[in-house]
Design a protein around this ligand. Sequence first.
Ligand SMILES: *Cc1c(COP(=O)(O)O)cnc(C)c1O
Length: 341
Amino acid sequence: MDKKNIDWSNIGFGYIKTDKRYVSEYADGKWDDGTLTENDMITMSECACVLQYAQTIFEGLKAYTTKDGNIVVFRPDLNAERLVNSAKRMEMPVFPVDRFINAIEEVVRANEAYVPPYGTGASLYIRPYMFGINPVIGVSPAEKYQFRVFTTPVGPYFKGGVKPLTIKVSDFDRAAPHGTGNIKAGLNYAMSLHAIVTAHKEGFDENMYLDAATRSKVEETGGANFLFVTKDNKIVTPKSNSILPSITRRSLITVAKEYLGLETEEREVYLDEVKDFAECGLCGTAAVISPVGKIYNHGEEICFPSGTEKMGPITQKLYDTLTGIQMGKIEAPKGWIKVID
Ligand SMILES: *Cc1c(COP(=O)(O)O)cnc(C)c1O
């Protein structure tokens, strides 16, 4: 298979149109068979539920080339399950897990020429999503939906080296108790735009959101879960019903326990105790882990001993082990790597 003529190591994280995308439509209580299409445009009513009331959910995962030349995706079954949970919370129809995985396979296969070669650090980002498409003016769930999957090649996350992030404790809230923080819905991102633009204007990379009820506990950033390392090398991750269950974070916990023999703990983490941790990182598909160097909290600065130049030692081990597993250099737990053949 000839690859596209793309400067893989320098493409960044932007949308690049690829050849084929998957679409399945839901109407009269059922999903159609689904198909691949070259048409990247969607035509819908001006009154479509997604446009008026933001009934839309999504997922994000990557396909990449391993050391031995296979094209693989990482734990797509967990993305499928998470989309099921998002759909239920948003009164949307469930797209079956097996069909989700097949759709991912079909789209990646159809866009094989866009899967970056091994060693470039780049990958093919996969975006499954679903939205209500028929006209809805009185507030109610749509009756017609589309489930779609498109792909876009993305460059290496740590281009030009790792630079630990500087983040601020946000004055905005991300998710209400009993709200939608635990599902991957577009609405959670719409309301975070002002907060992230504000943080960037002030010179910060990201926001640390606190729990909305007491504003004393760490939740997550706009698009990644926190992972902390204690001074005696225990991994601590915040527990909350309004955090999005990151697949990367859950995988890193397994890596910490099973591969590195570290103790792990998922519990409420108070902002007051963050200064006592040795390392801090953000977990998500995009970067696996981005180290955090500094947290700014209204005039007070929390600086982690790992500093602002490189990853802390435990963060680095977690990163190397999980990316080693993903790239086929380290044996993966059963079922983690799905080969697209
Ligand atoms: C997608 C997302 C994450 C990261 O999840 P992964 O499955 O690891 O990619 C974390 N937080 C939020 C709010 C997200 O939307």
